[in-house]
Design a binder for this molecule. Sequence first.
Ligand code: HEM
Length: 416
Amino acid sequence: MGGLSQYGEMTTVYLGRKPAIILNTIELAKTALVLNASSFPGRPPIPILIWVTEGYGIVMATFGHSWRQQRRFALHTLRNFGLGKKSMEERVTEECSYLVPEMLKLEGKPFDPQHAIQNAVSNIICSIMFGDRFDYDNKSFKYLLEIVKENIIQSGSLVGQVFDLLPIINHFPGPHQKIYQNAEDLKAFIREAVKMHRENLDPDCQHSVAQTVNYGGTWLFTENPLLHDAGTDDIKSGLLFITERCHEEIVRVLGYDRLPNMDDRDKLPYTNATVHEIQRCANIVPSGVFHETTQPTKLRGYDIPKGTVIFTNLTAILTDKEHWKYPDTFNPENFLDDNGHFFKPESFLPFSLGPRVCLGETLAKTELFLFVTFLLQRIHFSWPPGVKWPDMNGIVSVVRSPEPFNIICHSRGSTE
Ligand code: HEM
């Protein structure tokens, strides 16, 4: 996808017989998604997603009244339950206090940290939705995280593409039935969790969206696997590119015992730059989430008909040679000025732009900064000796996730 930018700032590709337009630069993405916002906020219908979600959800919802209502409700509810505020930070901080000992359970031995990290990240969204977290050894939650991951990978794979061409196969056996069954299992789990909260409602407690469901009678969080999905694989993928280059700065500013908080970002410019560089290189939504034009429009003088599919080429934007000091290597200096102060280049666009900008941006930023800082403060990470470096291209589907890999953790303390 990144290579398409060699054809200019705007490229046309054919999806079957249908043309789709790729936006390869930040300038063009802004022109389309912000300056021309009313023409570009649609989503093309994706048959496999419509089948498994029954049309509910936000991410792939057609632009219109239902999407607007759901998005407004979700933002409002997340904000009231702490998105971007202290209580959200407290939830993340609390989860870090479980994650660090979990990572150190197998101290000195190689292990794959992906389950622990996925569980930790998912727990934040669960604590907002249900008021509860799940232990890392909870078997049914582990199963749930596995099927969420499987569905994200499968629906962007050949299985999803064949289904999109021939939706009639929903009546026949095949690998697509597993995607459907996984989605049903996830919905059943969420319904059951909400039912339990209805039964055990504590009217004094204001800290769970599930309880809002009781008071407000809305169905959004009970029936919305996509919102649930969005909070898990995305951030987990970003986290797994952690290095330990910031430990020294963190300990110099905070010591080993003071818990990091979001206000520390200004005092930890190198760590903050590293967290942003992790996100730039992880590039977990490489082609953005596709848009569709909702009316005939013009872009750079070209006529674009209603119903044209639009890709924001985030890979090209996040590695644009005109905008990045070190486009092709992992280097936190991309986010540091000559005086070592943090700055954010305009082309840092992992969450996209415009009316469909990522709804979880603030939550994601809070989790990324706090998880990374906590772990690097307390744990020394190393690769098992003699083991091949994993393929950093990862597994590419709608989102990009890391290949399975092992690391070794050692506790760091004031005795170092
Ligand atoms: C590092 C983490 C994340 C990244 C890089 C990311 C990135 C993105 C991107 C690129 C889009 C597409 C925007 C567009 O259509 O132009 C998106 C949409 C979305 N994201 Fe995220 N996201 C992350 C985390 C989250 C989290 C934690 C949540 C949930 C709380 C979330 C919820 C959503 C939703 C609901 C949409 C669809 C918005 C709409 O269509 O109106 N995301 N995200």
